[in-house]
Ligand binder design. Structure first.
Ligand SMILES: Nc1ncnc2c1ncn2[C@@H]1O[C@H](COP(=O)(O)OP(=O)(O)OP(=O)(O)O)[C@@H](O)[C@H]1O
Length: 332
């Protein structure tokens, strides 16, 4: 499978009145066509900021370190995303090769413009389609994502659709420009479980059909298990474990990943209480030295945890963990 996007040493700080805060630190990963990566972590771990960086979409107070590299591999050649400056050059990563969908579809649709009109406008901006072709294509996309009566729905407003339908319409709009990469930021969190499963199924089918990649952002490891091929776990801006999703869930190595898994409800063991990870993620203004998880970790192995950044350890060629417990490859 060919590479779609490569992120190398991404470090991103924000200028604030309190000083520079680190939102993402030294994050590297790669996504290939046809793959789904789940980006998991608690609120504030830096998932959305990482995703927005891929579209060069972070707020004006964002400062990227000089080492940060994001390369989008397109049929026309590699695009160095963070070096893009002009609005016209950004088109490739904003609504062109990359599309993003959000938890709340209302945020993606302007309330006073029909869904079809918005889809047509976006298509005309990003392709050479005529208005008629764009409308026809929009109706086809609404049909493709399972919206019944697409000829009628296309002229409706977002508020006239149910939550699940809106989510589908948003996916249809995001995919209508045939992006190579879809970034889905908590796309199913606001949906009830049955609709959630349908939307997840839909997204998985679309990956195959469109030969695209998906980055799925969520705080819910259960959703990642159903959706992704690979998972990257983030904590306080750092990527602390990554690997094939089934392997990481079956054999989590980082105490934080282990905690996330222990906190998942287990249908075959409803008697035992859930085990949330004690404590809260520290404010980015109070990043601890050493391992970023040391303020909540129950498996501290020595001073190193409090003062030395843990190196990336290879559990095997595809599974990595950043934790001082593992001194040699995969050995606890
Ligand atoms: N424009 C900004 N200025 C200052 N700080 C910011 C800005 N945008 C994001 N941050 C901070 O960056 C950190 C990472 O935020 P991010 O939204 O990526 O977290 P997240 O893991 O996606 O959380 P959630 O699940 O709540 O969306 C947070 O501490 C957030 O407050």
């Amino acid at each position: 499978m060919s590479n779609l996007i490569t992120v190398q040493n991404l470090t991103l700080k924000f200028r604030t009145d309190e000083g520079l805060i680190t939102a993402v630190e030294d994050v590297s990963f790669r996504l290939r066509k046809g793959e789904v990566i789940g980006l998991v972590g608690e609120s504030g771990s830096g998932k959305s900021v990482t995703a927005k960086a891929l579209m060069h979409l972070n707020a004006k107070n964002a400062v990227y370190s000089p080492e940060s590299k994001i390369i989008l591999h397109t049929d026309e050649g590699d695009v160095d995303v963070l070096s893009l400056r002009k609005a016209k050059d950004m088109k490739v990563v904003r609504g062109g090769a990359i599309s993003m969908i959000f938890q709340e579809p209302m945020a993606s649709f302007a309330p006073a413009i029909s869904i079809g009109k918005q889809m047509v406008e976006q298509l005309m901006l990003h392709s050479d389609m005529s208005k008629e072709q764009a409308r026809k294509h929009s109706i086809e996309m609404l049909d493709r994502v399972g919206i019944s009566d697409p000829h009628k729905r296309v002229d409706q407003f977002a508020f006239e659709l149910s939550g699940g339908m809106r989510q589908r319409a948003m996916i249809a709009m995001a995919l209508s420009t045939k992006p190579k990469l879809l970034i889905a930021d908590e796309p199913t969190t606001a949906l009830d479980v049955t609709i959630q499963a349908q939307v997840i199924d839909l997204m998985k089918n679309l990956v195959t059909e469109f030969d695209m990649g998906i980055i799925f952002i969520t705080h819910d490891l259960g959703v990642v298990a159903q959706t992704a091929d690979y998972v990257s776990v983030m904590y306080l801006g750092r990527l602390i474990e990554k690997g094939p999703v089934r392997e990481v869930i079956r054999d989590p190595r980082h105490p934080y990943t282990q905690g996330l898994i222990a906190a998942l409800p287990k249908l075959d063991d409803l008697e035992n209480p859930l085990l949330p990870i004690p404590g809260d993620i520290p404010s980015p203004l109070e990043r601890p030295p050493g391992c970023v998880f040391n303020t909540r970790c129950s498996k501290i192995v020595g001073d190193a945890c409090m003062s030395v950044l843990p190196p990336d350890i290879k559990v095997n060629p595809v599974h990595r963990v950043a934790c001082h417990i593992y001194k040699d490859e995969g050995v606890a």
